[in-house]
Design a protein around this ligand. Structure first.
Ligand code: V47
Length: 386
């Protein structure tokens, strides 16, 4: 039998010695400083971090935890970059490794049909920086899916892909975003942020846009009314200070635009790439990073548990460490599976709801804009008024 979940939001969370001042700040709504972030990251008592982050999550959303019925399309892994942490990319014509692929648009549409046919409200599309696809490949992709599935949210292309498309189209990044929006783009995923530290970027993703450029692309998207997410790739060669500085830069941009919907900590998977790290982050580091993210990013609506890379059990535990979004049914993910993730390729809605309930929370289906959804007989969608 499941124990009942009782959490009194009016009760002050109890914490280990050394965290009392931070607790007072959290409870009174005072913003945490860089030093607070470093103190939290270094603190050995993860249960205290969980108590604080869970209190903060419950204060925002009550017991509600959101999930989305979605699918991923990774249209090609050919890429002009060779990021050291990435196991997904292949250099077209220059790579002796197998598994390079690219999808003709008909194949993309076929996958989109399967995802939408399974009741999805969001399709997440990203790929490598393909060396010879034309800009029209991307706009035709969006138009084609939009025409076939007018209601499905299209969360497509990282900031890094958008810069690449801007070069292809000889447009500015803002003009490129406008053209993609006109073709059907709804929101941007949070990829490509890695760690917002230019010295480190030179080591782990040489040739990729700078931190300021990643932030500016999201700033411009937000100004155009395009909501987005942000990620942090952690648990490799970055320092604690770099992690916290990353969060502070995101928090500052969110103060300016309010355009981020969710933050996703991405734990590093070390297989099949050249960034020499013996193992990825431990379970303790994962839940600690979730809690610290929830507490530092006081202006982000959600921290998202991406079970594909966390594993389902750890993802479920992050619901006690500040996560309020459990992403998602995720049909057909490739990036993590090529980096050694052995999680399943998809979960059913029944699985997702059960995992959330087991954590003592109430599952709430959302769409790509976090509008609540109810499904009538036969899975017919009904958007609950915001
Ligand atoms: O930017 C690549 C990461 C990201 C590895 O916005 C790796 O809802 C760990 O951004 N180990 C792409 N991480 C995925 C992404 C994402 C995922 C889920 C949801 C959302 C969202 C966005 O994957 C890349 C990079 O940071 N990545 N290789 C690896 N070996």
């Amino acid at each position: 039998m499941q124990p009942t979940f009782e959490c009194d939001i009016d009760a002050v969370p109890s914490v280990a010695p050394g965290l009392e001042t931070i607790r007072e700040k959290v409870v009174s709504g005072e913003r945490l400083s860089k030093q607070d972030g470093l103190t939290l990251l270094a603190h050995p008592d993860v249960l205290s971090l969980g108590a604080l982050a869970q209190w903060s999550a419950l204060k925002r959303h009550g017991k509600r935890v959101y999930y989305v019925v979605n699918g991923h399309i990774n249209y090609s892994n050919f890429c002009t970059l060779s990021c050291a942490f990435c196991s997904f990319y292949r250099r077209k014509g220059k790579d002796r490794r197998a598994n390079g692929y690219e999808m003709p648009l008909e194949e993309v549409f076929h996958h989109a049909d399967a995802i939408a046919g399974g009741g999805a409200t969001e399709v997440h599309i990203v790929g490598g920086l393909h060396p010879d696809f034309a800009f029209s490949y991307y706009t035709d992709m969006l138009r084609g899916i939009r025409q076939r599935h007018p209601k499905v949210g299209l969360k497509c292309f990282t900031a890094i892909e958008i810069y690449h498309l801007a070069t292809l189209a000889s447009l500015s990044p803002v003009e490129t975003l406008c053209a993609l929006k006109e073709a059907g783009l709804d929101t941007l995923p949070g990829g490509g942020a890695e760690v917002l530290d230019d010295g480190l970027r030179k080591k782990i993703c040489a040739g990729k846009e700078t931190s300021a450029e990643w932030l500016d692309l999201h700033r411009q998207a937000h100004k155009l009314g395009i909501k987005s997410n942000a990620t942090l790739l952690y648990g490799h060669v970055e320092s604690s200070e770099q992690r916290i500085d990353h969060l502070l830069q995101l928090r500052e941009l969110q103060d300016e635009t309010s355009g981020f919907q969710a933050f996703i900590p991405l734990s590093y998977h070390p297989e099949n790439n050249v960034l020499k790290v013996e193992r990825g982050p431990s379970g303790f580091d994962e839940v600690r990073t979730y809690a610290v993210s929830r507490l530092m990013l006081d202006n982000f609506p959600h921290v998202k548990a991406y079970w594909i890379m966390l594993t389902v059990p750890i993802a479920q535990i992050t619901l006690a460490y500040g996560a309020t979004d459990f992403d998602g049914t995720v049909l057909q993910e490739k990036i993590y599976h090529m980096a050694g993730s052995d999680t399943p390729q998809a979960l059913t809605v029944g699985d997702l709801r059960r995992y959330i309930k087991e954590a003592g929370r109430e599952p709430v289906e959302r769409d790509h804009l976090y509008r609540e959804i109810t499904r009538g007989a036969g899975g017919v969608l009904d958007w609950v008024a915001a």
